[in-house]
Design a protein around this ligand. Structure first.
Ligand code: SF4
Ligand code: SF4
Length: 747
């Protein structure tokens, strides 16, 4: 060993020792913070599905690749990071000796080839990611950036380190080529040989370059160890765990659909026995999230994909799902010393720690502990109430998040405490909650008017109990029964089912609200009350039937979601379809035959709770495709989807399917005023009108109301019509039955 190698070896060992010690300390800190969360035993079930999903999402980058260029570039960087860790290891042999290399695999041509290839693609990948970050920097002129609020220096730092480490790999190899100590053939390592041709014959260069590479890598480790909230770096380790422990592993759309029941001590809360002094009602302190919640916050990469899709953020509201997660993360880590010292409030609000336990605590941690989780700037709150109540629970954030963070669950958990314990929520929603409790529907309409929509249909709508041989129970929903626009959809669906010879029956006055708006606003108590009543009614209606014949068709995606995904939590197991699915089936088997083409172009707005939350994208498009062509589109109606304008059939909006933009009504926002920023429905209507289609087709009564209001607000009611998919089909199948505007089954 020469004198240069003695120095490089000592320096490499010293910086590595410091980095490893700091990193071990940081890992222990992160684990300790995550362990502060509440238990969540379900996360350990289905380990096989969890492992498969984790491997598919990491090795296959299945979620990242939804954004193709970024996903591909990130895949090469990720693989580069894993494989090229071997080259960092190899550098430790090279600081000791310029001819050093990895034992066993070092020297194999295939090793040289693979590492060379991955290094080249890694350089290309990281340059693409840097270019994307620079192009989307928050300070660029014009437009909002998905990186707004992200800690930009951390992103640039991580990317610069990756680039530098990759380049130093080629420099080390180049010096080996120049000093004739390189074992790999030119065909396997052409770039290294090309670099070597430019470098001098200097054997110390190998060890010095290796030391620089180690120093860069260890500096990275030291920096991230000193910044445990640096998600852009730590996600490299935490993402595997976060994906493994996600909700519903193996289900596409995990984290969407059903909300989790309200949990206390790892078990669903039973309201009949619950005691607010012993049981946790929602989340009032950051440590009351489950450990998975705290893992979520720690894993956020600050990529801002969620923010870029969020309807609240995009219309100037204070809510960004990314900033919400970052606020919770920063608060959790700042409060952690206090909690780890034994601090915390019990469920009655009393301090758990003794004065002695808190005596030597950092004043900043104590100040952090005093912050209310939900509170305005004047109270030093972590999450502003306007942030909490801006969420429509549309799920765009969950859908986009590459590391499976479950924003909607966290938001609703915080709402639950505010509603159930603090009675603190937008006052205008109080009327809706009172109506649900007293009348069983959010409008407060008399229960005995639930069947008014059946009047004048020209055929009898059977009630459950009057007939036993019904195939589908038609769940009308509150909007479908009481709201004028939605009543037309209900009549259209009933007319089409009757036309197709489907045996169906309604509950009539036996139906009450599913409880969706109560659950999404956070009032789990009212939800459970309504849901239990409905589950009982439905179980009675389907008594003696197998699950496969307990079929329900619903026109409202919120009912569809609640009945199909949430009632199972309360003992109600049913086969639930949305009316567009049933209609698509009836068209495909020839029981409904569209004959009259639809003029003027049609665009389709995906309701969040039908599309993103439940993955029903094709059926409404198939129905519309068949109707638009007047039967010519037939089963292949979706094939008529095009990007062209008026008179060309179904025209997709730029934001459609998984990336559809919310109408603004979900998450009980339908019942709250929208006082901040641009109205979400107006934003969506402008997008719909940009397609030049004369018909905006919807599959949800709330979307129908919101978009109709948006169209009318723009004074475009004469040029553009908002109408349900069922009504579009009815006009094509039975132009006479659709009748005049507002008079018969259609529209
Ligand atoms: S659910 Fe929708 S509105 Fe709520 S934070 Fe996520 S993207 Fe924004
Ligand atoms: S998409 Fe996920 S990882 Fe990216 S900023 Fe949002 S929460 Fe964080």
């Amino acid at each position: 060993m020469g004198s240069v190698q003695i120095v490089t070896t000592i320096l490499a060992a010293a910086i590595t020792a410091v980095a490893v010690w700091l990193a071990a300390r940081a890992v222990m800190k992160i684990v300790a913070v995550i362990r502060l969360g509440r238990p969540d035993p379900e996360r350990f079930a289905d380990r096989g599905a969890r492992t498969r999903t984790m491997l598919a999402e990491t090795a296959g980058h299945t979620r990242m690749l939804r954004w193709t260029v970024v996903g591909a570039a990130h895949w090469f960087v990720m693989v580069g990071f894993i494989v090229l860790s071997l080259l960092v290891l190899e550098a430790y042999f090279e600081v000791v000796s310029p001819t050093g290399g990895l034992p066993l695999i070092g020297g194999l041509a295939v090793y040289g080839l693979v590492t060379e290839l991955i290094a080249v693609l890694g350089v290309v990948g990281i340059l693409v990611l840097i270019a994307i970050r620079v192009r989307n920097r928050p300070t660029r002129p014009g437009g909002r950036s998905r990186f707004t609020g992200s800690t930009m220096w951390q992103g640039y730092f991580v990317e610069a380190v990756v680039l530098a480490v990759l380049i130093m790999g080629f420099v080390i190899r180049g010096f080996k080529v120049a000093t004739d100590h390189f074992e790999y053939p030119v065909w396997a390592t052409p770039v290294s040989h090309a670099v070597g041709a430019l470098l001098p014959d200097w054997s110390a260069g190998v060890s010095i370059a290796a030391l620089i590479k180690i120093a860069i890598s260890m500096t990275w480790l030291i920096v991230i160890a000193l910044n445990v909230t640096m998600g852009v770096a730590w996600h490299r380790f935490l993402a595997f765990f976060n994906i493994f422990f996600k909700r519903d592993p193996g289900r596409v759309g995990s984290g969407l659909g059903a909300l989790r029941p309200m949990m206390s001590n790892g078990k669903p809360l039973d309201f009949e026995e619950a005691d607010p002094e012993k049981d946790q009602f929602g989340v009032a302190q950051v440590e009351q999230f489950t450990w998975k919640g705290l893992l979520d916050f720690s894993t956020c990469t600050e990529c801002g994909r969620c923010q870029s899709q969020c309807p609240a953020w995009n219309t100037g509201k204070p809510l960004s799902p990314k900033l919400l997660v970052l606020s919770l993360r920063d608060h959790a880590y700042a409060k952690a010393p206090y909690l780890l010292a034994g601090g915390g409030k019990d469920l009655t609000g009393e301090e758990k720690a003794t004065a002695a336990q808190l005596a030597h605590l950092d004043v900043l941690a104590l100040a952090e502990a005093d912050k209310p989780l939900i509170g305005g700037a004047e109270d030093g709150g972590v999450i502003d109430p306007d942030v909490l109540w801006s969420c429509t629970t549309c799920g765009a954030c969950v859908e986009q998040c590459p590391v499976d963070i479950e924003h909607v669950d966290h938001i609703v958990d915080m709402r639950r405490y505010q509603v159930l314990i603090e009675s603190s929520f937008p006052s205008e929603a109080g009327v809706m909650l009172r109506n649900l409790e007293n009348k069983g529907n959010p409008w407060g309409a008399p229960q005995n008017t639930r069947e008014d929509w059946t009047k004048g249909l020209g055929f009898e709508v059977p009630r459950v109990g009057e007939v036993d041989d019904f195939e589908y129970l038609f769940w009308v929903g509150c909007a479908g029964a009481f709201e004028d626009r939605a009543k037309k959809t209900t009549r259209a669906v009933a007319t089409l089912l009757n036309e197709a010879g489907v045996k169906f029956a309604i509950l009539g006055e036996g139906e009450t609200c599913t409880g969706d708006p109560a659950r999404r606003i956070g009032n789990e108590f009212v939800f459970q009350m309504l849901a239990q009543q409905n589950v009982e009614t439905l179980n009675e209606a389907f008594e003696g039937r197998e699950k496969s014949t307990r079929k329900i068709v619903a026109t409202c995606p919120h009912c569809f979601n609640t009945l199909g995904n949430e009632y199972g939590q309360l003992g109600g197991e049913f086969e639930v379809v949305h009316h567009t699915q049933l209609l698509a089936h009836l068209v495909s088997v020839g029981k409904l035959t569209p004959v009259q083409p639809v003029d003027g172009g049609v665009t389709y707005h995906d309701p969040c709770y039908l599309g993103r939350h439940n993955r029903v994208f094709a059926a409404p498009r198939e129905v519309l495709g068949s109707a638009i062509g007047g039967g010519a589109g037939g089963r292949g109606g979706a094939a008529s989807i095009s990007g062209a304008g008026r008179d060309s059939g179904l025209v997709e909006m730029p934001r459609n399917s998984e990336r559809s933009f919310c109408c603004g009504a979900g998450g009980a926002r339908m019942w709250m005023e929208e006082k901040i920023g641009k109205r979400i429905n107006v934003d969506r209507v402008e997008e719909a009108m940009s397609t030049k289609a004369r018909t905006i087709a919807v599959g949800c009564p709330f979307c129908s109301t919101m978009l109709s209001d948006g169209v009318n607000g723009k004074g475009a009611g004469e040029q553009v019509e908002v109408v349900d998919v069922a009504s579009v089909l009815l006009r094509s199948v039975k132009p006479d039955a659709a009748g005049e505007k507002g008079t018969a089954a259609g529209r």
